[in-house]
Design a protein around this ligand. Structure first.
Ligand code: HEC
Ligand code: HEC
Ligand code: HEC
Ligand code: HEC
Ligand code: HEC
Ligand code: HEC
Ligand code: HEC
Length: 255
């Protein structure tokens, strides 16, 4: 397509790097389809100005978003605005829109991994959300165009829990006996991209619970001595405090 100026060539190189990343995942069910790759060949970056005519909602939302704030206007178009995630959009714009002529990170998360490479490693840890498997994606929990790409703030973790309840409804409660730890957010105990520990826990044994429950007179925890209990297993797996998220029956969260 069009003249091959040095600039265009540069963009093409960037773009093929991007494609290279997506290819190396080797996951057929979430990568860009071969059709899409062919269709995108030769596309160029055009800037975000033209998008508004047809995608008013996204453009409006994006103005205050995290990634708009981290756009680098002095750098190339590939790290600015819409195209930092959607790739070069010239074909899409020239043909007045449509599918399969523009990247959608919903199908191809290589766009995100370009800049967040370490996240790719997290989703490859032994226990992880099935993102690389194509069963969910970054936008299951993150809001790509919204004011905060993390739809919760630093001061309240409530929004994190809401994001989780979309899929893990059974943990919503309300429970007669709540575990205060859950109020501090699911991420106090879970590493939600991925973890070395089963159930994506931040620690796999008593240490998880003892972060908050160590007491001066350990091994007395609460009002009872745990000296005979701790060796028989972890607080939650030894058949004791199995209702770690809250209980309707027992104030010691035992069932
Ligand atoms: C002339 C109108 C028009 C312009 C300009 C336009 N688009 Fe689109 N876009 C469309 C239409 C129509 C669709 C298809 C919507 C559908 O079928 O759901 C679309 C779809 C998309 C999709 C989803 C594609 C998919 O396969 O899932 C993305 C992402 C997108 N546009 C981004 C952009 C960006 C970024 C720009 C600016 C660089 C842009 N569009 C400019 C009309 C336009
Ligand atoms: C941080 C990366 C990122 C940026 C920057 C970005 N988007 Fe998106 N966009 C996404 C993701 C991820 C999706 C898929 C959302 C989903 O899961 O449905 C998406 C989806 C879309 C869609 C398809 C919506 C649909 O319902 O199918 C359009 C249109 C779109 N974006 C337009 C834009 C426009 C216009 C801009 C710039 C103003 C922009 N995007 C900037 C990541 C981004
Ligand atoms: C062109 C580079 C670039 C792309 C592409 C990109 N990001 Fe980002 N993103 C950044 C930068 C820079 C920051 C701010 C610094 C940081 O926290 O890493 C950021 C911040 C974030 C944050 C919030 C961090 C915080 O502390 O609030 C999330 C979540 C995020 N990005 C997710 C995504 C997702 C999901 C995609 C793909 C849809 C994506 N990013 C694509 C560069 C990018
Ligand atoms: C199951 C929900 C979920 C999915 C799926 C998810 N994230 Fe996150 N992400 C989170 C949560 C929760 C945090 C905040 C972690 C914290 O504060 O401890 C976060 C934080 C981040 C951050 C900020 C830096 C950090 O580690 O605190 C970035 C960047 C990010 N995610 C990128 C991504 C990308 C890219 C994808 C897709 C490949 C993705 N996330 C998929 C839930 C998710
Ligand atoms: C889009 C749906 C979705 C969202 C949102 C989501 N999850 Fe998940 N979660 C899943 C799926 C799917 C699995 C994998 C289930 C399996 O492998 O059987 C999973 C697995 C888990 C597991 C491990 C379960 C096990 O038995 O090993 C934990 C813990 C978990 N999620 C916590 C969270 C937390 C915390 C959040 C919010 C930050 C969250 N999830 C958001 C869909 C979701
Ligand atoms: C106090 C620490 C803690 C907090 C906070 C916490 N979890 Fe858990 N979660 C655990 C432990 C421990 C397990 C493993 C239980 C087991 O193996 O019996 C677990 C297991 C899970 C599982 C897989 C097994 C199941 O019960 O379905 C999911 C899903 C889950 N948690 C989601 C969440 C969500 C969503 C939140 C936030 C509302 C949350 N967790 C908050 C400690 C916690
Ligand atoms: C982030 C801090 C935190 C973590 C981590 C945490 N808890 Fe708690 N837990 C609390 C707070 C706060 C209370 C309510 C005050 C109290 O009773 O100490 C509580 C109460 C409890 C109670 C009810 C009180 C009682 O006397 O029986 C049990 C049982 C309990 N936690 C078990 C656990 C288990 C098991 C784990 C590990 C999976 C765990 N907690 C992890 C903060 C935490």
């Amino acid at each position: 397509m069009g003249r091959r100026t040095a600039k265009h060539l540069l963009f093409a190189v960037f773009f093929f790097c991007l494609m290279g990343v997506s290819e190396s995942f080797g996951a057929k069910n979430f990568g860009t389809s071969p059709d899409e790759k062919t269709a995108l060949k030769g596309a160029q970056y055009v800037g975000s100005e033209s998008c508004g005519a047809c995608h008013e909602a996204e453009v409006k939302a994006f103005q205050l978003s995290t990634h708009q704030r981290v756009s680098l206007p002095q750098e190339g178009l590939e790290v600015q605005g819409c195209e930092m995630c959607h790739g070069p959009a010239s074909l899409h714009v020239e043909t007045s829109g449509g599918k399969n002529n523009i990247l959608n990170p919903k199908r191809d998360m290589a766009a995100c991994f370009q800049c967040h490479a370490e996240k790719q490693m997290e989703f490859r840890l032994p226990y992880h959300h099935p993102v690389m498997e194509g069963k969910m994606n970054c936008t299951s929990c993150h809001n790509p165009h919204g004011q905060d790409v993390r739809p919760w703030s630093a001061t309240t973790m409530q929004g994190v829990n809401e994001a989780c309840f979309n899929c893990h409804k059974e943990h919503r409660g309300p429970f007669v006996f709540e575990h205060e730890a859950v109020r501090e957010g699911c991420t106090t105990c879970h590493q939600v991209h991925g973890s070395l520990h089963p159930k994506m826990l931040v620690a796999r044994d008593n240490n998880l619970c003892l972060r908050c429950h160590t007491q001066i007179n350990f091994p007395t925890i609460g009002k009872s001595s745990h000296s005979g209990r701790l060796p028989s297993g972890t607080c939650f797996s030894a058949g004791c405090h199995t209702a770690v998220h809250g209980s309707n029956f027992d104030d010691h969260l035992r069932y």
